[in-house]
Write a protein that binds this ligand. Structure first.
Ligand code: Z2T
Length: 829
């Protein structure tokens, strides 16, 4: 007998002796406990991976404690909550991030070293959670970190893909795609909630029914799939607040078609039902082209439907009707991908809650906020009406009703301007009728955000001009930011320590404004010296990695010049490669004696091409072909190297960015909505070589153009340049390097023909030719600056010092105040 006679809760409190402790001995006990009972290995024999698992479970336990307290606290306070809906989250590794945010890294390292393990080695055992493509998805991850750190009552919702973004392998210089089996070795960072699940309906028909004397629509589905929740705790830094990222997985649904089991074909029935899981199988890897695929639409609706059911259940636990809904719920649409949720919420309010149209519509328009991430027309989702009708018949009806109401409203404001009305319509008429998802999102959201000032201008003047004229106040922007926790503290511990030492505080990790105080020391020779030492350490790490990955030995004295991001024509990796060819050509044609004056360079390119994007794949092959020639040319030696880093992802970025001297962000002006890579490089003291696109102009304002290498046409010059493009001859050096590729100097002459054609006079849509001369000038300016070590160090320090505005903390504070209307809800410590 336990010898206790109180209530159940009293007994619980008595048994609980506080939270898990974070001293090394307690951590060791926990690790060994998990080795034995979770990993089920003997404590006398477990390897690095098993140690990683045991450590992760120990860290996870601490996350769960905080998660419980945070959710309990939110429930008690019932604040307005933000629900962040995104089809993509690029979380990367969780262990390294969690130990930093929990503040237990040193304790973990000490605990492990006595057990014969090295923390850094274990952290590298973890594979990336790559449930996203690129900038948009990593932005979601950075924003979740800021939401947690700033104590906002927020939840993220997304899809738990069985396979994340494909793995890129390079064979003979060509990209091949392989599935990302990220769940095969288990995932200690998620908590499966077998009891949190909702049915999601597809297909079928719509019927009318009389309910309480009113006609009501009833959707009779043709298929039902179950959505099961997986919770991923997101810890804040320097706070106990730990928020939730809830990802949905598709499972066959039980009980909905008992009938089909009685047909006798038991085996086939099971096999068919298993197909439900396809919905959450795989992430679409084409980061900005939408071909109206049925599976994609089903993915979108699946996660939206489950999330809204979850959100409404939580709301109804506390509230008896929907009057308070807009005061308690903010729904953030991360691009158009989750936009079907506006229609789904309408459907729930109309068909299930039986609210009148006016009341429902009024609620919907108060809760949604929409952020768009692009200006590229091919990225604007359009869903064929036929597809919609088959998959979501009731939703199509509602879209028509929404559009009707919108058109009536429009007529009142602008009169009978049918041309303009047809431009603004949610339904696109034509040979194939389409739903314009972007228009739907703009009409139904109370705020439309761009991701940089320049992007917002383009939205107003080019993409949503008609809407801007109608509702100018709806259009805002929140310049993107990245989290300094992951991009300095986790990925660059040496720089982190150096910054804190010189500022005399580590407050900048929570309040990035402190970073500006580095400016006062930018010319201090001692700081400059230590700054260079840190860079050297990071360059050594990177050089080692390059050697193991590509076999190329690189000199640490060379300037590491890096372009890492998804491969796209508009991002102009081709411009970079042609610049490298030019540099190579110059070195080849130089007198021996002049070669001594050349500033040595290691040019590094990395990124994945969308699997179906042929030109992008050719750019990767060209990079390898050029590298092959240059790296094996004895005339060149250490003066120039070109390396391609395969399978670029978040954890590779954590290694590459701190080790770079210079980074390139060279999109044709007017194409990169914001760009966030540049901000990570900036934080790590890497100088930027960039076009005045996306967020770059705002970066110039913080850092000063004199501390950057800016070149190329401006956004407003691009349209005219494009017009003239066929009549203006491209510069002679440009023609020369293109000729070299065309003539087969790097082999694969026929294969590269179409690539060369794509930048030929008259077809050079992204204006490589027109920007080439100023690109080379900017590169030369970088060479000159690099030789002057003191000057370069000062510029580098000023980059970090001025990077504070590009913290996602600033972005999130801004969203919270101006778009979502939410307040912090901090756990008492
Ligand atoms: C993406 O990563 C971005 C835009 C997209 O438009 C799609 C994807 Cl997958 C639909 C990027 C932008 O290209 C980049 O400029 C921006 O910084 C990033 O989103 C985050 O806003």
């Amino acid at each position: 007998k336990a010898g206790f006679s109180g209530t159940k809760n009293e007994r619980m409190f008595e048994l609980m002796d506080g939270f898990l402790k974070n001293d090394p001995v307690s951590l060791q006990k926990d690790i060994l406990h998990h080795v034995e009972y979770t990993v089920a290995r003997s404590r006398f024999s477990f390897d690095d991976f098993e140690a990683y698992q045991a450590l992760s479970h120990s860290v996870r336990d601490r996350l769960i404690e905080r998660w419980h307290d945070t959710q309990q606290h939110f429930k008690k306070k019932d604040p307005k909550r933000l629900y962040f809906l995104s089809l993509e989250f690029l979380m990367g590794r969780s262990l390294s991030n969690s130990v930093i945010n929990l503040g237990i890294k040193d304790q973990c390292a000490e605990a492990l070293s006595q057990l014969g393990f090295e923390y850094e080695v274990l952290a590298e055992q973890e594979g990336d959670a790559a449930l996203g493509n690129g900038g948009l998805a990593r932005l979601s991850a950075c924003q979740m970190d800021s939401l947690a750190t700033l104590d906002f009552p927020a939840w993220g919702y997304g899809l738990r893909y069985q396979y994340g973004l494909f793995r890129q392998i390079i064979i003979d210089g060509f990209q091949h795609e392989q599935p990302d089996y990220w769940l095969n070795f288990g995932n200690p960072w998620e908590i499966e909630r077998v009891h949190v699940s909702y049915p999601v309906k597809f297909y079928g028909t719509v019927k009318e029914e009389i309910v309480n004397g009113k006609t009501s629509k009833v959707w009779i589905p043709g298929e039902t799939v179950e959505a099961v929740a997986y919770d991923n705790p997101i810890p804040g830094y320097g706070t106990r607040n730990t928020i939730n990222l809830r990802l949905w997985a598709a499972k066959p649904s039980e009980g909905h078609d008992i009938e089909s089991y009685n047909t006798g074909d038991y085996i086939n029935n099971i096999v068919n039902r298993q197909k439900a899981e396809i919905i959450s199988n795989v992430l679409y890897p084409d980061d900005r082209s939408y071909q109206g695929k049925e599976l994609r639409l089903k993915q979108q609706y699946f996660f939206v439907s489950a999330s809204l059911q979850d959100i409404i259940r939580r709301f109804k636990d506390v509230h008896g009707n929907f009057d308070e809904f807009p005061n308690k719920v903010a729904l953030q649409l991360n691009d158009t991908h989750p936009s079907i949720s506006v229609v789904e919420l309408m459907r729930i309010l109309l068909d299930e809650e039986h609210l009148g149209w006016k009341k429902a519509w009024n609620i919907v328009r108060q809760v949604f906020t929409f952020t768009t991430h692009t200006v590229l027309p091919q990225a604007l989702e359009k869903v064929p009406v036929d597809l919609f009708e088959s998959v979501l018949p009731r939703h199509l009806e509602i879209i028509y009703d929404i559009n009707f109401a919108f058109m009536e409203e429009l007529k009142k404001k602008i009169g009978q301007d049918y041309v303009r009305m047809s431009r603004m319509s949610i339904v696109e008429e034509g040979a194939v009728k389409n739903i314009r998802v972007a228009n739907l999102s703009v009409v139904c959201s109370h705020t439309v955000n761009g991701v940089s000032r320049a992007h917002s201008e383009l939205l107003k003047t080019r993409v949503f001009t008609d809407f801007y004229e109608l509702w100018p106040a709806k259009f805002q922007y929140k310049t993107n930011g990245v989290t300094q926790r992951r991009w300095i503290v986790v990925s660059n511990p040496s720089l982190c320590a150096l910054i804190s030492k010189w500022l005399g505080t580590d407050s900048w990790i929570r309040n990035v404004d402190y970073l500006t105080r580095l400016k006062e020391h930018a010319s201090n020779p001692d700081l400059q010296h230590e700054w260079r030492m840190v860079k050297k350490i990071n360059k050594m790490r990177l050089a080692e990695y390059i050697e193991t990955m590509s076999g190329v030995k690189v000199s640490l004295d060379a300037m590491f010049d890096v372009q890492v991001k998804r491969i796209h024509e508009y991002k102009r990796q081709l411009l970079n490669i042609l610049g490298v060819i030019h540099r190579y050509d110059c070195i080849k044609n130089m007198e021996e004696s002049d070669r001594r004056k050349v500033v040595p360079r290691v040019c590094i390119i990395g990124g994945k091409a969308p699997p179906g994007y042929e030109i992008a794949k050719k750019i990767i092959k060209l990079c390898h072909a050029v590298a092959e020639t240059i790296n094996n040319d004895e005339d060149v030696g250490d003066l120039l190297k070109l390396v391609f880093i395969p399978d670029y992802n978040v954890s590779v970025a954590e290694l590459v960015i701190p080790g770079s001297d210079l980074s390139q962000h060279i999109s044709t002006a007017g194409h990169e909505a914001s760009g966030t890579g540049s901000m990570k490089f900036l934080m790590n003291g890497c100088l930027l070589l960039a076009t005045p696109d996306g967020s770059t102009n705002e970066i110039i304002e913080e850092i000063g153009a004199e501390n950057m290498f800016i070149f190329g046409a401006k956004i407003n010059e691009v349209p005219a340049l494009r017009e003239q493009e066929s009549t203006v001859k491209s510069p002679i050096q440009f023609a020369r390097v293109v000729r070299m590729v065309k003539d087969g100097y790097f082999g694969y002459k026929d294969y590269f023909k179409s690539l060369c054609d794509s930048i030929e006079n008259g077809k050079d849509f992204y204006l490589l030719g027109s920007d080439f001369t100023s690109y080379l000038e900017a590169q030369e300016a970088a060479d000159v600056a690099y030789v002057d070590k003191e000057k370069w160090s000062k510029m580098s320090i000023l980059c970090t010092a001025g990077s504070g505005r590009f913290s996602s903390d600033r972005t999130i504070e801004d969203y919270a105040e101006k778009t979502w209307g939410i307040q912090p809800c901090k756990l008492p410590s």
